[in-house]
Design a protein around this ligand. Structure first.
Ligand code: 5GP
Length: 211
């Protein structure tokens, strides 16, 4: 069985990531959503263990000290981190793992596991992002301002990602993410079994370009 791949999905607060991910996961048992740990308080409707593992700051520190997090970062006054063991288990089961994490965490994962695919979801425009964040109404005006400030720096670092998806409509964004995931599974490294079975010499970029 082919080991699963990890895909990071980042994007500024209010870009509509949760809606896109919700759609992406419809009817897919080959995908695993990594439920993060956080010290932030639950929003209305958020369920512990489903949307996040809501932890105290002390418990979060324990996880850091036990090296149980693949990455972690501070975001607008709260800590967020990815539990390592569950990600690895899902990949061992052949599932693709989706990490919904911000840019600092994405950089940490890229340094530790360079094979991770990084996708950035951007809004169609800055004005649209402001509108969505204010109209969402889940954060105080002060937090909205802090999230917008953070969004600006995140958009500036988006160039280091492997792919850029524009969330103009949920349908388009999901289609593009599915296309990226499919293409990543067509890389030669994923298809070595077939090449090896045929006894073919494994082509490399250098051997191809020297022909
Ligand atoms: P929210 O509070 O809106 O749920 O999330 C705030 C930000 O934290 C989002 O950009 C989200 O992607 C990010 N985030 C969620 N979980 C994690 C995590 O485990 N690690 C990191 N680095 N960021 C996370």
């Amino acid at each position: 069985m082919q080991r699963g791949k990890t895909f990071i999905i980042s994007g500024p607060s209010g870009v509509g990531k949760s809606t896109v991910l919700h759609e992406l996961f419809q009817g897919r048992d080959d995908l695993y959503f990594s439920v993060s740990a956080t010290t932030r308080s639950p929003r209305e409707g958020e369920v512990d263990g489903v949307h996040y593992h809501f932890l105290s700051a002390a418990r979060f520190r324990e996880l850091i000290e036990a090296d149980a997090l693949l990455e972690y970062a501070e975001y607008v006054g709260s800590f967020y981190g990815t539990p390592k063991k569950l990600v690895d288990r899902a990949m061992d089961e052949g599932k693709d793992v989706i990490l919904d994490i911000e840019v600092q965490g994405a950089l940490q994962v890229a340094a530790k596991r360079p094979e991770t695919v990084r996708i950035f979801i951007a809004p169609p425009s800055w004005q649209e992002l402001e509108r969505r964040l204010v109209e969402r109404g889940t954060d105080s005006p002060d937090k909205v301002q802090k999230r917008l400030l953070r969004a600006r720096t995140e958009l500036q670092t988006a160039g280091v990602y492997d792919y850029f998806v524009i969330n103009d409509t949920v349908e388009n964004a999901v289609r593009e993410i599915n296309a990226i995931m499919l293409a990543e599974h067509c890389k030669p490294a994923d298809r070595m079994d077939i090449l090896n079975e045929s006894g073919a010499e494994t082509p490399t970029r250098t051997s191809l370009s020297s022909r």
